[in-house]
Design a protein around this ligand. Sequence first.
Ligand SMILES: Nc1ncnc2c1ncn2[C@@H]1O[C@H](COP(=O)(O)OP(=O)(O)OP(=O)(O)O)[C@@H](O)[C@H]1O
Ligand SMILES: [Mg+2]
Length: 263
Amino acid sequence: MAEPLIRLVDLRKSYRVGDVTVHALRGLSLDIEKGSFMSVVGASGSGKSTLMNVLGLLDRPTSGQYYLEGKDVSGFDKDRRAHLRNRRIGFVFQNFNLLPRTSALENVELPLLYGGRSLPAADRHARASGLLEAVGLGSRMDHTPQQLSGGQQQRVAIARALVNEPELLLADEPTGNLDSRTSVEIMEILQRLVRERGITVVLITHEHDIAEYGTRVVTVRDGRVTSDTPVAERRDAAAERAALPPLEPEPAEAGAVQEVSHG
Ligand SMILES: Nc1ncnc2c1ncn2[C@@H]1O[C@H](COP(=O)(O)OP(=O)(O)OP(=O)(O)O)[C@@H](O)[C@H]1O
Ligand SMILES: [Mg+2]
């Protein structure tokens, strides 16, 4: 098999708070293939955001290795991390983090201004508007965040995360503030990015039905990976459970269920 985009080996991250040491990651190991869509689930406090901060080069592990395309970046200092992050990693957060009173188009263009690449204004504009069109906001480019719905704001945030053409997109609870229908739209956009642009997506979520939009679900508990399952298998297991004969068969209900599964 080809080298994974990311290999994490025995990652540990501890925070010192006063006299107390908090062990947020306790020996986490994981391979992430290029062009895959991995969901991370786990209870509050299990270490998901800590993992995302390390993956996103926002923070450094206390020990362990982080190989990005075979190169150990775990010891990189702040400047080297920032340089790598700006070119290769995009972020999407629960709260969208858009600039208020600034149009969707300018929000998306912004990372191009401080990303280190000096693109002419016309090219910045073309790239940002192309991405807004790709997320279905071609007619909303001049709207400010407060003139957009939550789902539309998150789509602007996704376009912004993509403007530097990252290969890795990290999303921490991107649907946390959205209703379920809008959440599905956002998940379908992420799936399309994986399929059509070969982007690697790591999605953190509390919601198991959202997690299953990925192709693999990793469970984190107490700073370690406790399960790692392809989604197709999870679906099979769920189908098997559903296929078990009911304890007290009721013909009318069985018929209704069958009809649903065929429709
Ligand atoms: N900057 C920090 N300083 C001290 N402790 C921290 C810090 N960040 C996280 N922690 C602690 O590390 C552990 C893991 O936190 P983390 O934010 O990674 O959890 P999480 O899985 O993202 O939780 P949630 O689902 O609530 O977002 C928690 O016990 C938390 O209190
Ligand atoms: Mg978190």
